[in-house]
Design a protein. Structure first.
Length: 106
């Protein structure tokens, strides 16, 4: 079962999209699948419906009004994050020994 539009008289005003499985949104609002480490928010559980407008906002419906199932889209390669270059460690100088002073008594 894939995505399906439950249409009313005007799909834009009162149409809904039924989700075939749990779908999540990452912090940028992009749809991600269950188990994705970047998942931040639950869009909806299996069988849940979201409004047609919300489906367009998150990219489940393209500009032509066609459904886009994220499972059928090629997986985008994760951006390779380069670790920042670590600065060279500073040479450690030995601590200077301070002469001990006797404790002053009152």
């Amino acid at each position: 079962m894939g995505l399906e539009i439950i249409q009313g008289p005007d799909p834009v005003k009162n149409g809904k999209v039924r989700l075939p499985r749990r779908l999540y949104l990452d912090a940028d609002g992009q749809i991600v699948e269950v188990g994705d480490k970047s998942a931040a928010f639950l869009l909806g559980a299996e069988g849940a419906t979201i409004t047609y407008d919300r489906a367009r906002e998150v990219g489940l419906i393209d500009a032509d009004g066609k459904l886009i199932d994220p499972a059928e889209q090629p997986a985008a390669e994760p951006a390779k994050e380069e670790a920042p270059a670590k600065p060279a460690p500073k040479p450690r100088t030995p601590a200077k020994k301070k002469p001990r002073t006797p404790a002053k008594s009152k």
